[in-house]
Design a protein around this ligand. Structure first.
Ligand code: NAD
Length: 306
């Protein structure tokens, strides 16, 4: 049976390290790192994420500023706010919560954030630095960077390993591939047009699933003993789907009854567990690392700006 990798424990470890470095900078009389979180509109999931990020800042001792803007905000108004935050000394990191309302061009907004404050790592300068292998002065995307922390801190060998990433998004799949290449893995990136996906995946010592399809990756995709990282966060509302994947899982079925949904990863845990060597659970795997890496990136931006 696969060893379950505890993302929550590793996230707490990372946050503890940031906290102790912060205490040292505080002792030296410096201002705390500052994060600005911008939310446009009232998407319920985004409201939860923004709330969690602001709360985490307070817990760790960061200065934070939250900007809630109405759905009707124009591109120009948002660009104006970003220009102000770019110039603001107390702000080291700017996070614009995605998705933005449809009338606002996302990339134009992301391009307007100063690369030095782009703690999501989505600005073309940071994307380029990562691609060039110059990570030390780049800010790299939180979720795939969190996956690297999870692998390294769980002593999973990356150098020389065969790694397969399913998904080629700019947020997860592509930066994940670059981060793995920079650590000397042999990387294959798969996507919706890949021929014989299970066969390609069965070559992987490290398999990262970032697809957005619940329980899609089964035992047929997994080389015995492989490390399987499940990035997927899929809201499942159908109890019969839950029963098919998890059996009579009372906790998940109760969640659907109470909150209308349960969160399922991209990996089918019951089929993956007997084959994989290590597996990240959902929830409690990659999820907690994303927010920890946001704090670590804000701290990195702060240090680079000193
Ligand atoms: P996306 O929709 O932008 O990309 C999905 C990718 O999967 C695409 O590149 C597509 O080609 C590929 N794909 C789709 N169907 C496929 C198929 N049948 N076979 C092979 N490949 C297929 O999604 P994303 O933003 O990269 O997110 C992926 C998943 O990760 C989602 O479930 C998302 O919620 C989750 N996510 C989690 C975190 C976290 O903090 N844990 C952060 C970001 C995203």
């Amino acid at each position: 049976m696969a060893e379950l990798l505890d993302g929550k424990r590793i996230a707490d470890e990372i946050l503890g390290e940031v906290r102790s470095e912060l205490l040292a900078t505080e002792a030296a009389g410096r201002r705390p790192p500052g994060l600005a979180v911008v939310l446009v509109g009232g998407d319920p999931a985004s409201l939860v994420y923004v709330g969690l990020k602001v709360k985490k800042c307070a817990e760790i001792g960061f200065h934070s500023e939250r900007y809630d803007m109405p759905e009707s905000t124009t591109t120009e108004e948002l660009l104006e706010l970003i220009a102000r935050l770019n110039a603001k000394h107390e702000i080291d990191g700017i996070l614009v919560q995605l998705p933005l309302p449809k009338h606002i061009p996302e990339q134009r907004i992301l391009d307007a954030i100063r690369p030095e404050k782009d703690i999501d790592g989505f600005h073309p300068i940071n994307v380029g630095l990562l691609y060039l292998g110059q990570e030390s002065h780049a800010l790299t995307p939180c979720t795939p960077t969190g996956v690297i922390e999870l692998l390294e801190r769980s002593s999973v060998p990356i150098e020389g390993a065969s790694a397969v990433v399913i998904g080629r998004s700019a947020i997860v799949g592509k930066p994940m591939a670059s981060l793995l290449i920079n650590r000397s893995a042999t990387v294959t990136v798969c996507h919706s047009r890949t021929v014989d996906l299970p066969g390609v995946c069965r070559n992987a010592d490290i398999l990262v699933a970032a697809i957005g399809k619940p329980a899609f990756v089964t035992d047929a995709f997994i080389k015995p003993g492989a490390t399987v990282v499940d990035v997927g966060i899929n809201a499942v509302t159908d109890p019969s789907f839950v029963r098919t994947v998890f059996g009579e899982d009372e906790k998940r079925l109760a969640a659907i009854e109470k909150r209308g949904q349960t969160i399922v990863g991209d990996v089918h845990p019951r089929l993956a567990e007997p084959v994989a060597g290590r597996l990240t659970p959902v929830p409690g795997g990659v999820g907690p690392l994303t927010i920890a890496m946001l704090m670590k990136n804000t701290y990195k931006a702060y240090r680079l700006a000193l």
